[in-house]
Design a protein around this ligand. Sequence first.
Ligand SMILES: O=P(O)(O)OC[C@H]1O[C@H](OP(=O)(O)OP(=O)(O)O)[C@H](O)[C@@H]1O
Ligand SMILES: O=c1cc[nH]c(=O)[nH]1
Length: 191
Amino acid sequence: MSEDTEVRKPKFREKGRLMSASEIERTLVRLAHEIVEKHGGSKNVGLVGIKRRGVPLAQRLGVLIEKIEKHPVDVGVLDISFYRDDLSTDGPRPKVTPGAIGFDVTGRDIILMDDVLYTGRTIRAALDALFDYGRPKSVRLLVLIDRGHRELPIEATYVGRLIPTSKREIIEVKLNEVDGQEQVLLVELVD
Ligand SMILES: O=P(O)(O)OC[C@H]1O[C@H](OP(=O)(O)OP(=O)(O)O)[C@H](O)[C@@H]1O
Ligand SMILES: O=c1cc[nH]c(=O)[nH]1
């Protein structure tokens, strides 16, 4: 490949660790209690994790809520494969891949879960997908990190950490089940 055609890979610089494994754990415990409190229990609650890192978060919260409420909670998976550049209005759009969530969402109080909330476009696509599977009674959003910069009127009811960021920064959530390590990092794009 000539120098002219060579694609320059973006370079990133680690700026610091935002959350350790134990901080992630404590945050999830707090969110589990918030969910139980706000829903007056968990009998009608169904947790739906957005692939990829929303899934282990939903599974962990399911275990934590079950410990508090002493009965199992439905945990499902929403598989949204999408092509993304900067997700500009004319660019490639998130694509919903058909696949079972794992339980019937109709009539349920669904808590949709993801690791990072940024522009909100992933969640918009996830909501479209969710309603293809049924008609929930309510849908709330839980994210581990809200980093701001929304492009759509989407907000999370349950937020692990609100981290104001610049657009050059990226939040990297690392979870054991996906990444083989457990932490949240702040990285920055360098020229
Ligand atoms: O609010 P948005 O602008 O849509 O950004 C948030 C999404 O970005 C990340 O996914 P990513 O595209 O990095 O895919 P991955 O989860 O498979 O790593 C993150 O996991 C959220 O799903
Ligand atoms: O900073 C960001 C933005 C979108 N998705 C991420 O995982 N991190």
